[in-house]
Design a binder for this molecule. Structure first.
Ligand code: ARG
Length: 429
């Protein structure tokens, strides 16, 4: 396959080709459907300014649709010789339609082409991630309601602190995910800008109808300055991956909790056989590897976010080939977040609270702060004095878990979860 930039009789050393393409041709397979979408919008725009006739446009669009279905069926793959998906598209059209195919690159560069494709990819992934996050937030809420009266020790410094409930614990994840979803929404609107038509970064001597392609591709607005279009590559990926980091920060905490809470020492939850793996030497082992991988993936997603910032920081304005290396962390993080949301959902279904064991593990001292508050309220004395008296009383205290949960009436506490608030919020998502 010929390169789009090949000049007659000249080609670089094979090592240069291999080194510069790297794994990019594999990542471009993912981008191809979005690049086809961008190409369709671009050529429709070209037809509007007289570069193509209506019937030429029709032929090109038809071939692009055929190509898209071939890509979907894995019949067409980007190879290392192709270099990238942009080359595959142009060469395919040229093979099918001759000179007409060679005309599609009028008024564009691979620089705005790849920008557009990545942006469309990020928008579509944000949609999918939002759907899965919303589903998971609803699942946490469902179990929060179901288990709202089951006690659970609350910890600070990994030491028992005050009594909580499973409902309270799960509801925290619902609210965390709601915040993460709102970050996804903000990210979506931040990146919802069309870079197509910025060409190599400096525009073209053609009256491209950029507003038209903006509408055609479903972008909210047009990214105007053609140089900034290029300079936003990496910055937008960084905002996008930050929104993924937020989700992993939520899920990673759940993973660590679950690993502890299902260990013999805690034994707060029973785990379904479908979630555990075993050991080749220790027959008794029931390991929750999924949550360990989730914990590790959280680090990878954070690292990928930083890698993107590192790759783009201090680059000279305009396109630089380094930008290509952002695809790996971008795609890897996206796939990890999607899989992590799914795995947590599965774990939520596969765990059941072990009420007896939880109750046995709750220490009397966990009620000391409540006793101190009670003494202060009853005797109208300063809390600091009540605090001094509380520990003694704790020893003789006969805990009533349900009563204690019910007594925590401050907003957002175990006795006042405000479940309907979350229900309403998630209902509109
Ligand atoms: N694979 C390249 C990338 O991701 C496509 C753009 C190439 N542009 C260029 N001027 N070499 O950045």
């Amino acid at each position: 396959m010929s390169k789009l930039w090949q000049k007659k009789g000249k080609s670089p050393h094979t090592l240069v080709g291999k080194y510069t393409v790297g794994d990019d041709y594999i990542f471009d397979q993912k981008l191809m459907p979005f690049d086809i979408q961008g190409t369709k919008a671009h050529i429709k725009g070209l037809q509007k300014i007289g570069i193509f006739t209506k019937s030429e446009l029709k032929k090109l669009l038809k071939e692009l649709t055929n190509l898209k279905s071939k890509v979907k069926k894995d019949e067409i793959k980007v190879s290392i010789d192709d270099e990238d998906c942009h080359t595959v598209i142009e060469n395919y059209l040229t093979k099918k339609l001759g000179k007409l195919g060679q005309k599609i690159h009028t008024g564009r560069s691979r620089n705005d082409q790849v920008l557009t494709a990545i942006r469309l990819y990020m928008k579509s992934s944000l949609d999918e991630i939002k759907k899965l996050s919303t589903k998971l937030a609803k699942e946490f809420l469902k179990y929060a309601e179901k288990y709202q009266n089951i006690p659970l020790p609350g910890y600070t410094h990994t030491q028992q602190a005050m009594l909580s409930s499973i409902g309270h614990y799960f509801c925290g994840f619902t609210e965390s995910l709601i915040d993460d979803i709102s970050f996804l929404d903000k990210t979506y609107s931040h990146i919802n800008k069309n870079p197509l038509g910025s060409a190599a970064g400096f525009g073209v001597p053609l009256a491209l109808d950029r507003e038209f392609t903006t509408k055609e591709l479903g972008f909210e607005s047009t990214q105007i300055n053609s140089l900034y279009c290029q300079n936003s590559r990496g910055k937008f990926e960084s905002v996008y991956t930050e929104s993924l980091v937020q989700i992993m920060l939520t899920l990673g905490r759940f993973a660590t909790d679950l690993l502890l809470f299902t260990s013999q020492e805690f034994n707060f939850f029973k785990v379904s056989d479908s979630l555990v793996t075993g050991s080749s030497i220790m027959p008794q082992k029931r390991n929750l590897d999924g949550m360990e991988i989730l914990r590790g993936n959280t680090s990878v997603v954070i690292e990928n976010h930083q890698l993107i910032q590192n790759l783009v920081k201090n680059l000279m304005s305009g396109y630089n080939r380094d930008l290509q290396l952002m695809k790996k962390p971008l795609f890897e993080s996206t796939d990890m977040v999607i899989a992590s949301l799914q795995i947590v959902s599965l774990h939520l279904k596969g765990i059941t609270p072990n009420k007896k064991s939880i109750k046995e593990k709750i220490t009397k001292e966990i009620f000391s702060a409540d006793i101190a508050t009670e003494i202060a309220k009853k005797n109208k004395i300063p809390f600091r004095i009540a605090y001094q008296q509380a520990l003694k009383k704790t020893q003789k205290y006969k805990p009533d878990f349900q009563q204690n949960i019910n007594s925590k009436i401050s907003l957002g506490a175990p006795g006042n979860l405000n479940l309907s608030y979350y229900k309403k919020l998630l209902h509109s998502k």
